[in-house]
Design a protein around this ligand. Structure first.
Ligand SMILES: O=C(O)CCC(=O)C(=O)O
Ligand SMILES: [Fe+2]
Length: 225
């Protein structure tokens, strides 16, 4: 069982993994994590229940529920046309504020200039059970190149962060733990990335999630309205 105390933050210092890609371990407190986990349970229940998106006829092992705009491969819409047709929940104001705080934390390197205001309007909220994986991909269904803000809660995962050219090397594997912030923007906004592995049983006590991993990625769709 890992904890967020002791030497952990010294062993996992914050750093810029690639130009515009910033990793801030232990950014969320356990209290914030367990509060967000409680919200996750509400979102997962509907109006659009959490589901594995179908990509090329295969259901993803990662289950996703969306806020603001509904994502399906490879488009955003207000209604979950591939699930039950219901409109997705609004993007919460507190999450806009959290996204802005995340960018303030990493500075201008992530691709938001001084004076510009970050306005995320969608979040993909993913749940990974122990066997779930996400293959290498680019986040490119958004027409805006504003940064992606990623938060992790629960079990640690291996996060593979690659280059903007292809799915292969060079890439770096890092372990994203409960409470970690990762922001990718600027020259890294279209970097390939994926989740090859979840480490079962590594969620810290108090994060609110006993099993698996929650990941939230906030984005700017660039869509009107
Ligand atoms: O789970 C993660 O950390 C990454 C999720 C992701 O890449 C995505 O939802 O596009
Ligand atoms: Fe992604």
């Amino acid at each position: 069982m890992s904890t967020l105390f002791g030497d952990e933050l010294f062993e996992r210092p914050r750093r810029e993994v690639a130009p515009g890609a910033h990793w801030v371990p232990g950014w969320l407190t356990l209290r914030q994590q367990s509060w967000i986990t409680a919200r996750f349970r509400e979102w997962a229940a509907g109006p659009v229940p959490i589901r594995g998106a179908v990509v090329n006829g295969h259901e993803m092992s990662v289950k996703t529920v969306c806020l603001g705009w509904h994502w399906r491969p490879y488009a955003y819409s207000r209604e979950a046309v591939d699930v039950n047709g219901n409109r997705v929940l609004d993007f919460p104001d507190w999450m806009v504020r959290l996204g802005r705080r995340a960018l303030a934390e990493v500075g201008e390197g992530a691709g938001v200039a001084a004076g510009e205001i970050y306005h995320p309007d969608t979040a993909l909220v993913n749940y990974y059970d122990h066997d779930a994986r996400m293959g290498m991909h680019q986040d490119k269904d958004e027409s805006s190149l504003a940064p992606v803000v990623s938060l992790s809660i629960g079990d640690t995962c291996r996060f593979r962060f690659g280059n903007t050219e292809n799915r292969g090397r060079p890439y770096e594997d890092i372990d994203l733990a409960s409470g970690d912030l990762f922001v990718f923007g600027g020259p890294s906004r279209l970097a390939y990335h994926g989740i090859p592995k979840i480490y079962p049983g590594t969620a810290p006590d108090g994060c609110g999630l006993e099993r698996g991993r929650i990941n939230i990625t906030m984005r700017v769709t660039g869509l009107p309205g």
